[in-house]
Design a protein around this ligand. Structure first.
Ligand code: PLP
Length: 419
């Protein structure tokens, strides 16, 4: 209780970690600490920063918009940054996502997706209320999103309040058929409203990866049974997996898609839930009871929308795909160093995301491996936050070879220290 700050930080046990690292600035892949030292942001500040901190074009757009219009109610009103952004999103997302609903975090975008799916079936007059999820998923920290996520230490106290879902086993390599069979069985019952999943990479669940072909088959099973497919691309979107969106690998169009994190390049909070015309149309009626009753106060904040428009311009103007390709190669080479190192297992990569597990007996989230590694990396001026015994790196796309070397050198040293 010797802390001086009254702030209660997220996912932070203050009894073990009394001091927060104070950050005073950010530029490119680096954060500046209050002591003046620079720290490499190897996890993109929790997966949000894509092009780098304080990208001048994005920051410029924020400043410009802030002088014109800061905020306006979005019910019954609209503005240029939101209209522009919606048009641009329609162009760059999979064909078939025709409408854009704004909110302000990944969690709310998933809540909106679930409400859209349930509303769709409700208005159609079909009794479909079951949601199918995948083992080890993470979709956010609200009651609704925890309900569709993995039940674990993160949500144990709230478990009695979480709604029931049907869970598919994770389709690990070689065991995909079990997952397909289970989905087929669940969908055949006729009461499934939607299947929600993180395409190709389950992030918070431990950077678990499965193939595009597997995703494609899962989606095909859903389509066959008219089950809505919700893609939670909150983490996988905006280039992380190597393409703009992970669904592109499987060439599937979601009925509903959630995008947030990298939507503003990581500068301001904003999210969108995009959906098919069919879902929009089921809510479109002169009967006011069919209105989509959802909003948060800051829905489509003009400054956040302007940041997102600028972010998309960065994608068009700068060689972002080239950077992503280079980063993917650097990550592959980094992992390669640990290929025959028996202290590490499950080396895996999808695009710019690289992960591996440290071989320790107790590897749950609460084992002390994670915090010890975290502390070690902090000392090395490296922002890396292991998920239990899973070490991963997911830096902004502007990192250099030297930066990536720093990450993998530190990982090797950490293992020496730990084991
Ligand atoms: C981070 C994340 C969320 C939640 O987003 P917030 O902005 O933190 O609410 C939802 N889904 C996935 C896949 C995520 O990685």
């Amino acid at each position: 209780m010797t802390r001086h700050s009254p702030i209660w930080h997220p996912f932070t046990q203050h009894a073990i970690m009394p001091e927060m690292t104070k950050i005073t600035g950010g530029c490119g892949a680096y954060l500046t600490k209050a002591d003046g030292e620079r720290m490499l942001d190897a996890i993109s500040s929790w997966w949000v920063v894509t092009h780098g901190h304080c990208h001048p074009h994005v920051i410029g757009a924020i400043k410009e918009q802030a002088d014109k219009l800061d905020q306006v109610i979005f019910a019954g009103h609209t503005h240029e940054p939101a209209e522009l952004l919606a048009q641009q999103l329609l162009r760059c997302t999979p064909d078939g996502l025709d409408y854009v609903f704004f909110s302000d975090s990944g969690s709310t975008s998933v809540e909106v997706a679930l409400k859209m799916a349930l509303g769709y079936w409700h208005h159609l007059g079909e009794k479909r209320q079951r949601v199918v999820v995948m083992e080890n998923s993470y979709h956010g920290d609200t009651i609704g999103t925890m309900s569709v996520g993995e039940r674990c230490v993160f949500n144990q106290p709230y478990n009695p309040l979480l709604f029931d879902v049907a869970k598919l086993p994770f389709p690990s390599a070689g065991n995909e058929q079990t997952t397909f069979d289970e989905l087929e069985k669940l969908c055949s019952a006729g009461d499934v409203a939607a299947f929600i999943v993180e395409p190709l990479v389950l992030g918070a669940g431990g950077m678990l990866m499965y193939s595009p072909q597997t995703l494609r088959t899962l989606v095909q099973i859903c389509k066959k049974h008219h089950v809505l497919f919700i893609a939670d691309e909150v983490m996988t979107g905006w280039g992380r997996t190597g393409k703009l969106f992970a669904c592109e690998y499987a060439q599937v169009t979601p009925d509903i898609a959630c995008y947030s994190k990298g939507l503003t390049g990581g500068s301001l909070p904003l999210a969108v839930t995009m959906c098919s015309e069919a879902i929009y149309n089921e809510h479109y009626s002169t009967d006011r009871s069919k209105t989509f009753f959802h909003s948060s106060s800051y829905t489509a904040n003009p400054i956040a929308c302007a940041a997102a428009v600028a972010n998309l311009e960065v994608w068009e103007r700068e060689p972002v795909y080239e950077r992503i390709e280079n980063l993917a190669k650097m990550q592959a080479a980094g992992l390669e160093r640990f290929k025959n190192d028996e202290r590490f297992t499950n080396l895996r990569q999808q695009g710019t995301i690289a992960a591996m597990d440290i071989n320790v007996r107790d590897h749950g989230y609460l084992s002390d491996v994670g915090p010890r590694l975290y502390a070690f990396f902090q000392k090395k001026n490296l922002l890396l936050r292991p998920l239990g015994n899973t070490l991963y790196s997911m830096p902004p796309y502007c990192v250099t070879q030297d930066d990536v070397n720093h990450i993998y050198d530190a990982m090797a040293e950490a293992a020496d220290e730990l084991l």
